[in-house]
Design a binder for this molecule. Structure first.
Ligand code: ARG
Length: 702
């Protein structure tokens, strides 16, 4: 026995499963046998008494989980941070544990009332005493970690738990002597796994599989070479033996019914303290302000979700509800994250929701110079579709060329700093780039947002998909009409399916009647449209009868050949070779088009731009100033176009494949509408609807 090591336990006299506060307790209320529990606890007690001195705290009636002394608090040296239980079911244990610690002469620290922390269940010392591993996500709040660091004067490494079954750190993580670590990686989020891997070299990490993990293999008590745990696999036992540990197994099934095993039933009250190491909790927090229709737009929920999913935690400091329906609400949220990098990533995601860093007045955006053309400094802020402003020299500067997935480049001009979104490849030496997330805000015009919401409000209602198509058609037709009449701009991006589904004539009609101001696509739509115009087939299929024509599979190559002979599409029209169809109408009506190549193109047509960077530039140019974009059955071009388009531009995405539609609406802009339907049908309905608008005028004229 090692007489320097002390462990605190509590007899299971009043133990039972009385309530459900973790998934293990579900279905187990009053299902554990007291006798068997006492026997199992006694066995554990005897084993531990061989290894260390075991102290006992008196069990209390009415507090069945008090056997789990790991949750009494966290002891280091002569100090203890008392637990603040998350669930009211266990809060009554606090005074009993407190009394015990005080009686032993500990320095007792108590956390603020509303800051949960569940003691050594969620805080495990590195066995060499180098730092404290602290868990959060279910029972303990990340903000409690800063207190631990301060009071215990130790470095805290925060780890986020993500699997409900492993709700306490000690259920899935067990630091062992000599720097070894026994753990179950899937219980942690991505960042935490990275942090663990950075701190513990691979040959010291003993990864536990799910089968052993759910037998609480990680919930082990390690005293020097001995590891005491519930029954586990021989494989794990062997792996531990290979690195010099002796596994002592003891059945603890009755306690697993409450979600605990060996380690939970103990609290080590003598922990190694490395005097050379001092407080350093990298937990960083920042307060941001969100303003707007936070509740009805769902923005507040989205923001809080983002923070948690991003590996952080939050505290709502202020929440001012708008009094009237039209007035806005304000929330001040303190965002905490276990490292600076994680905090930055979270804040970068909050900015598009309208979050502004506080205190607003003092922070300028951080700028770093471009040192290599086409390469941004690390940590560059990735732009979004939302109108953005950056604070430079104390002034908010509007970012030009707003688009997503760019960097914000800043140049100085005599009239002041100029900020613009640029693709990485376009960055120039001499420019500066916005890094980090301070001094950046996005402007979400609430008035505008409401209007959009109103206009498209019928979309969200409980309508059948057929009715939904009709409603979208009505709405789009109305808008095309309005835009045409005020000289606005509609851009269409379309895939070859438009032609196959018989939509070519309708699209041609829209162009002829002035509803389309630019057309974007690939080689294929042009080839199929022209094939149909020249030979009546689309990819060899007779468009009138819907059957394949003999030898028709060669038609599209002949088409390409014909256009190549003419020089290009425009020349084919001028030479009288091409006399109808979508591209004919484009040429005739001076509607510019851009065709972007892809790896599977036949030909391509001379008009097809094979330099993809140039093609992107052509697209961007034609998209400039667009009011509405119709995306007709083309995943590739729709997503490409979506990426270049700032928020505020309405996008209507029509595709028979719901995945494409979802992908587009995932960009979260309120202005995009998706319709899952046959594009040929959509276009025919659209044309009919437009004709219906126009018919009365015609009737008057004649
Ligand atoms: N029923 C207890 C709870 O849910 C079990 C505690 C287990 N303790 C532990 N350190 N993991 O709180």
């Amino acid at each position: 026995m090692n007489s320097d090591i002390r462990i605190l336990m509590c007899s299971p006299k009043h133990y039972d499963v009385d309530y459900v506060i973790n998934p293990w307790m579900e279905g187990n209320i009053h299902k554990s046998s007291r006798d068997r529990a006492v026997e199992q606890w006694q066995n554990l007690y005897s084993i531990l008494k061989e290894q260390a001195i075991v102290d006992l705290v008196d069990p209390q009636p009415g507090w069945p989980d008090m056997v789990f002394t790991a949750n009494a608090g966290l002891v280091l040296g002569n100090s203890v941070v008392l637990s603040r239980f998350f669930h009211p079911e266990r809060q009554g244990e606090e005074p009993h544990f407190k009394e015990w610690f005080e009686r032993q002469g500990y320095n007792v620290y108590e956390l603020p009332k509303d800051l949960p922390f569940e003691g050594a269940g969620d805080a495990l010392l590195d066995r060499e005493g180098r730092w404290l591993w602290a868990g959060y996500g279910f029972r303990s709040e990340l903000d409690s970690h800063s207190y631990l660091a301060k009071w215990l004067d130790i470095e805290v490494v925060s780890l986020q738990l993500v699997d409900e079954r492993f709700y306490h750190l000690d259920t899935c993580f067990c630091p062992l002597s000599n720097g070894y670590l026994l753990y179950y990686p899937p219980a942690f989020d991505f960042y935490s796994n990275r942090i663990i891997e950075m701190r513990v070299p691979e040959h010291k990490r003993i990864v536990v599989g799910e089968a052993d993990a759910i037998n609480f293999a990680c919930n082990a008590v390690n005293v020097e070479r001995a590891i005491v745990m519930n029954k586990v696999s021989n494989d794990l036992k062997d792996r531990l033996a290979q690195v010099g540990f002796e596994v002592i197994q003891t059945q603890l099934s009755e306690f697993i019914k409450a979600g605990g095993a060996a380690k939970c039933l103990t609290l080590r009250t003598t922990e190694p303290m490395d005097v050379a190491i001092h407080a350093n909790s990298p937990v960083e927090s920042r307060t941001v302000r969100l303003e707007g229709h936070l509740l009805d737009s769902g923005a507040i929920n989205r923001a809080l979700d983002l923070i948690v999913e991003g590996g952080g935690s939050f505290q709502v400091l202020k929440f001012q509800l708008g009094e009237q329906r039209q007035s806005t609400s304000t929330a001040e949220i303190k965002v905490s994250a276990p490292s600076h990098g994680i905090l930055e990533e979270i804040l970068a995601q909050l900015i598009p929701l309208g979050a502004v860093d506080l205190p607003e007045a003092e922070r300028n955006a951080e700028l770093l110079p471009v040192e290599q053309a086409g390469v941004a400094p690390d940590d560059f802020y990735v732009s979004t579709i939302y109108p953005t402003e950056v604070r430079i020299d104390g002034r908010w500067v509007k970012v030009q060329n707003q688009r997503m997935d760019g960097a914000i480049a800043v140049t100085r001009s005599p009239s002041g700093p100029v900020a613009r979104c640029k693709l990485l490849r376009d960055l120039q030496v001499g420019e500066e780039v916005v890094v980090d997330v301070v001094g950046i805000r996005t402007i979400r015009k609430m008035a505008q947002r409401d209007r959009d919401k109103h206009e498209f409000s019928f979309m969200s209602g409980n309508v059948s998909s057929e009715r939904r198509v009709e409603l979208v058609v009505e709405q789009v037709a109305w808008e095309l009409r309005q835009i045409r009449d005020r000289g606005g701009k509609v851009v269409v991006t379309a895939g070859p399916v438009v032609i196959h589904t018989g939509g070519g004539d309708h699209l041609a009609q829209l162009i002829r009647e002035g509803y389309v101001q630019a057309l974007l696509g690939g080689n294929a739509i042009a080839v199929h449209d022209i094939e149909q115009a020249l030979m009546g087939t689309s990819l060899g299929v007779d468009m009138k009868r819907g059957v394949a024509v003999r030898g028709g599979h060669r038609h599209h190559l002949k088409t390409i050949n014909t256009i190549r002979r003419c020089g290009n599409i425009t020349k084919a029209v001028e030479q009288g070779v091409l006399t109808r169809g979508v591209f004919y109408e484009c040429v005739k009506n001076k509607v510019p088009f851009a065709l972007a190549a892809s790896i599977r193109d036949d030909g391509p047509l001379p008009d097809t731009e094979t330099d993809i960077i140039k093609a992107q530039e052509q697209y961007a140019e034609l998209l400039e100033g667009a009011d509405t974009i119709l995306m007709l059955s083309t995943m590739l071009h729709a997503i490409g176009v979506g990426n270049m388009t700032p928020a505020g531009v309405k996008m209507v995405c029509v595709d028979i494949n719901p995945a494409v539609v979802t992908k587009l609406s995932d960009r979260g802009s309120v202005e995009s509408v998706g319709v899952v339907t046959d594009v040929g049908l959509f276009l025919s309905l659209l044309v009919k609807q437009l004709e219906a608008f126009t018919a009365p005028y015609r009737a008057v004229k004649t």
